[in-house]
Design a protein around this ligand. Structure first.
Ligand code: F6P
Length: 319
């Protein structure tokens, strides 16, 4: 019989993590299971930064961005002695099972703990949407909304000044924030890990758009693909547009989660507890065609990325 579960958030925070913590806590308490909030991810797990949670511990949190538990990255949580220290701490505190909310690095930690006898369920908490086994991650929708709001504002001023806004968005080598925001904002050019980067091709396209009578242009760039400041300078030199670079940065990770992220996180958090109650571990929860699903973490982290070709075709059709 499951008596006590832990919950932690790990890796980069994302809006909606609190809604997931809340759902885990309240679902477990409703089933008579004790809940422990673990501070600062796997670091806190190993150090024993544990706090007993009651239903009020998660009051007033559903609308809050960030994570009330704090988050951290602990790359050493792959070493046998570090994992064993974590297992010992959990056992000392009577914690039988765990919900881990984070990205694929966090999933690997959850899988390692499961192999050491602590059943874990992973929930996809990241703005990047870079986890397979789910159509959407918790926080992606909120980050996308933030980007769209910012780019819409840039469009206004870019339009007034015959400028080209080169906007860098996050994604950690996944182009989803870029392609979704590119379509949503009616951007002219996209540069992502999927499109690759050819500077001359981009400048040529901008000159073509200008000749077609375009008064301004928006270029959305996934982080880590090219230097947006450098590209904006080149645009100023090689086209009739004045280039301006904007790096949206960590603004994208903050803010109150959208209703869609709150509902997603609540559904996933509740499902995680149900699985643990059934004695299931080493699985990650996702959403597919609006159904909550789960699959082995091992399978999920080794899956090839599903194709986004249809999105790129749509973007190119609509430019
Ligand atoms: O994974 C989330 C994310 O925001 C990525 O989009 C980005 O590359 C990275 O985290 C930034 O990490 P940090 O907050 O450590 O700078």
């Amino acid at each position: 019989m499951l008596k006590k579960i832990g919950v932690l958030t790990s890796g980069g925070d994302s809006p909606g993590m609190n809604a997931a913590i809340r759902a885990v806590t309240r679902t477990a308490l409703a089933k008579g299971i004790e809940v422990v909030g673990i501070r600062d991810g796997f670091k806190g797990l190993v150090e024993g930064w544990y706090e007993p949670f009651n239903r009020h511990s998660v009051s007033e949190t559903i609308s809050k961005g960030g994570t009330i538990l704090g988050s951290a990255r602990l790359p050493e949580f792959v070493k046998e002695e570090v994992i064993q220290k974590g297992v010992d701490k959990l056992r000392e505190n009577g914690i039988d099972a765990l919900v881990v909310i984070g990205g694929d690095g966090s999933y690997k930690g959850a899988n390692a703990l499961t192999k050491h006898g602590i059943n874990c369920i992973g929930l996809p908490g990241t703005i990047d949407n870079d986890i397979e086994g789910t159509d959407f991650t918790i926080g992606f929708d909120t980050a996308l909304n933030t980007i769209v709001e910012c780019v819409d504002k840039l469009r206004d001023t870019s339009n007034s000044h015959h400028r080209c806004s080169v906007v860098e968005v996050m994604g950690n080598r996944c182009g989803d924030l870029a392609i979704y925001s590119g379509i949503s904002c009616g951007a002219e050019i996209l540069i992502t890990p999927e499109t690759g980067y050819d500077e001359e091709e981009v400048l040529e396209k901008l000159r073509y758009l200008e000749n077609q009578g375009k008064k301004h242009a928006i270029v959305i760039v996934s982080e880590k693909v090219c230097d947006v400041k450098d590209l904006a300078d080149k645009v100023s030199k090689a086209t009739g547009f004045a280039g301006r670079a904007t790096i949206l940065g960590h603004i994208q990770r903050g803010g109150s989660p959208t209703p869609s992220d709150r509902v997603l996180a609540s559904r996933m958090g509740s499902k995680a507890v149900e699985l643990l109650v059934q004695g299931i571990g080493g699985q990650c929860v996702g959403i597919k065609n609006n159904e909550i699903v789960y699959m082995p973490i091992e399978e999920c982290v080794n899956m090839p990325r599903s194709s986004r070709k249809a999105f790129y075709r749509l973007f190119n059709t609509l430019v």
